[in-house]
Design a protein around this ligand. Structure first.
Ligand code: URA
Length: 434
């Protein structure tokens, strides 16, 4: 077999066999197929697509390129959740303890923020001492003993994806549906996931801006799960406006803590309950999604979900006094509450601009190596459809640099758009793909 023939076949819209895909993935992972051939192949895939079977074969070849986590014997059913990324998305911080409180152990490997999209690990690292670098042995031990884990990727899971992603990043081949779907699913499957809830965002603050693209990605990932003998459900979630009020690490952590105390913004709480319900139903802890929702809501109200979150923080070395009293969390030196420049109905709060502004303040990274400031961020006090009076507080900026604060104020004023007529609120979800 030769790499050039496989590239030509995909260039000419052919369907690759499992052997050809394996040969190619093994070749570039071992460094035997050079970068220029791997990027040429990625471009052929981007232009000509892949069948569901090819996409699954690619996923499984990337899984086979490294370690896989075997959690059988540790938990009855291995659950996982994945969000395709967004602004203000602190869902995992709430959903994991809720699911664990309902009796389903949950170990999750999460990522860091990149670009305008935030990352779960950065939010948890606002807690002094909290470790996101558990070893595989520590992951398994904690899952067994505590029943919940929230850490970074341990072991050498799906290394082919890491290599291919780096190439895609510099060869214009990131936005390929089969390449994105296989990239995400290879990491989930390598981490042992059997039942997966996918929170696929759509809108101006999402990777997939249109609903059609988000649905296609969701369908592709659900199909991969099916062909790979796993079960997945994908929820198509709005990401035109930020999720919840807070954007920025310690601010988001605080909002998650409020939500775990059965408070928090209504829109964010409702989002978490839907994701948790699907996880509980898929994991066999409830007879229906509705039953699951009631269970999840009951554990938020009972305080058990909050207790599980504390257990998680303690197990991973975090100083629990910071979550017991969130006033201790990192605080910015400058806080400005910005009034609405006019009255009317909010017709848009551009999630991407809000996310980029949080990065500008220091809450996120442009490059993987950038350091972040856990204290800074933004509170967006309204949602689309709200009627706001002139002079009412529209948003608050938490900054550590006066120049950046001024720039942030300008951008955030532009991110808010207005109508004189009533505006329909945005839906939380646009559909479910099973
Ligand atoms: N997230 C991933 O993990 N992979 C992609 O290709 C895109 C987003």
């Amino acid at each position: 077999m030769r790499a050039i023939d496989i590239i030509r076949k995909k260039r000419d819209k052919g369907t690759l066999t499992n052997e050809e895909i394996k040969f190619f993935v093994e070749g570039f992972t071992r460094g035997e197929i050079p970068d220029y051939q791997a990027s040429s192949w990625a471009m052929a895939v981007l232009l000509n697509g892949m069948t569901p079977q090819e996409t699954t074969d690619l996923t499984l070849a990337m899984v086979a390129s490294g370690d896989t986590l075997d959690l059988s014997g540790v938990v009855e059913v291995v659950m996982d959740k994945h969000s395709t990324g967004g602004v203000g998305d602190k869902t995992s911080l709430v959903v994991e303890p809720v699911v664990a409180a309902c009796g389903l152990p949950f170990g999750k490997m999460s990522g860091r923020g990149l670009g305008f999209s935030g990352g779960t690990l950065d939010k948890m690292e606002s807690i002094p001492g909290y470790r996101c670098d558990l070893t595989t042995e520590e992951f398994i031990k904690q899952l067994k003993e505590v029943g919940l884990v929230l850490t970074g990727q341990s072991g050498d899971l799906a290394p082919a994806d890491g290599i291919l992603y780096a190439l895609r990043d510099v060869s214009g081949t990131v936005p390929s549906l089969p390449l994105i779907a296989s990239s995400i699913m290879s990491k989930k499957i390598a981490a042992g996931a059997q039942r997966i809830v996918l929170d696929v965002k759509t809108g101006v603050g999402a990777f997939m801006e249109t609903l059609d693209d988000a649905r296609a990605l969701a369908e592709s990932m659900v199909k991969i799960a099916e062909l790979a003998g796993r079960k997945a459900v994908a929820l198509l979630a709005d990401m035109n406006q930020p999720l919840g009020i807070a954007v920025g690490n310690a601010l988001e952590l605080k909002e998650a803590i409020d939500t775990l105390h059965d408070g928090g913004p209504a829109q964010f709480r409702a989002h978490c309950l839907v994701i948790a319900s699907h996880l509980l139903f898929l994991g066999g802890a409830a007879d229906s999604v509705e039953d699951a929702r009631q269970k999840a809501e009951a554990e938020l109200q009972s305080g058990k979900a909050w207790e599980r979150f504390r257990d998680l923080v303690i197990a991973q070395g975090g100083d629990v006094s910071y979550v017991d009293d969130p006033e201790l969390l990192p605080k910015a030196s400058l806080i400005e509450h910005v009034p609405a420049p006019r009255g009317g109905y909010l017709s848009g709060i551009h999630a991407r601009i809000v996310g980029e502004t949080a990065v500008l303040l220091g809450a996120g990274r442009e490059k993987k190596s950038d350091l972040i400031d856990h204290a800074v961020g933004i509170l967006i006090h309204h949602i689309v459809g709200d009627k706001v009076e002139a002079g009412q507080i529209l948003f608050s900026i938490h900054a550590n640099d006066q120049n950046l604060l001024v720039q942030a104020r300008e951008r955030l004023l532009e991110a808010h758009t207005w109508s004189d007529k009533p505006v329909e609120p945005l839906p939380l979800f646009y559909g479910v793909v099973k």
